[in-house]
Ligand binder design. Structure first.
Ligand SMILES: Cc1ncc(C[n+]2csc(CCOP(=O)(O)OP(=O)(O)O)c2C)c(N)n1
Ligand SMILES: [Mg+2]
Length: 225
């Protein structure tokens, strides 16, 4: 049973995402840069965000606006990137909307995003490879999250309160047809890396339907691995 406080937090953020999408649509002449909203994807994105700890790594894609809200970024912070403002916290207004990067003790780490779809797969899989290596040599460099203090902790071994980091690579269904993504899946399965590929399957890649673009979905594809 999910705690009522968590459900209320999620519902408020879903309403926030809906209001933001409506605001962008209503102000097309101002929001003239490319933006995709998280409409219809809110629940999975918020559920993902709520599970993440500051020691974790996440590579969201351009549709993961609700995930960013769930991590604690504010609508104002996100809109600074939408409007290409110099004080955008991610890239100083040099990237499309919802292309974040972040390195701080309070939230999971986000590496820089490319605007080419699926390109986060290989570098993000590389993070998982690095984490596995640090685990293997029991390195003090491996950051963990002290759940009681909700801060970063370093130390030799994971404990119940200091779990090991996890990596999330978020993808759309159409990007999974790309070679880079296949290469990442192969490598992660082969080396059993600590990564979750979150594929948000909305049946579309812009104007191309899933039937026009692929023979199977991501789940059916990875069963072969
Ligand atoms: C390498 C590359 N090819 C094409 C594009 C143009 N493009 C942007 S979004 C997109 C569709 C991606 O669909 P999907 O991965 O299913 O994500 P969705 O938008 O449906 O969530 C395409 C083809 C791109 N950005 N990068
Ligand atoms: Mg899609």
């Amino acid at each position: 049973m999910i705690d009522t406080d968590i459900l209320l937090r999620a519902y408020r953020l879903m309403c926030t995402a809906k209001a933001m999408a409506g605001t962008y649509e209503d102000n097309r002449p101002i929001c003239k840069y490319v933006h995709s909203t998280s409409r219809g994807h809110e629940a999975i994105q918020l559920a993902t965000a709520f599970h993440l700890l500051p020691c974790d790594y996440v590579s969201p894609y351009y549709r993961d606006e609700s995930l960013l809200l769930g991590l604690g970024f504010s609508p104002y912070e996100l809109m600074l990137q939408l409007l290409a403002k110099g004080n955008d916290i991610f890239t100083g207004g040099r990237e499309y909307y919802s292309h974040p990067n972040y390195r701080g003790a309070d939230k999971p780490n986000i590496i820089h995003q490319s605007s080419a779809t699926g390109m986060q797969a290989i570098p993000t899989t590389g993070i998982a490879q690095g984490i596995k290596y640090l685990e293997k040599i029991n390195s003090p460099l491996l950051n963990k999250t002290d759940i009681n203090n909700t801060g970063i902790a370093t130390g030799q071994l994971p404990t119940a309160n200091c779990p090991l980091p996890i990596v999330i690579c978020s993808l759309g269904d159409a990007s999974v047809t790309e070679g880079e993504v296949s290469e990442s899946f192969q490598f992660a399965a082969l080396h059993q890396l600590p990564i979750i590929y979150l594929v948000q399957d909305n049946g579309w890649g812009i104007s191309v339907t899933s039937e026009e673009a692929r023979t199977c979905n991501a789940n059916e594809m990875v069963k072969g691995f």
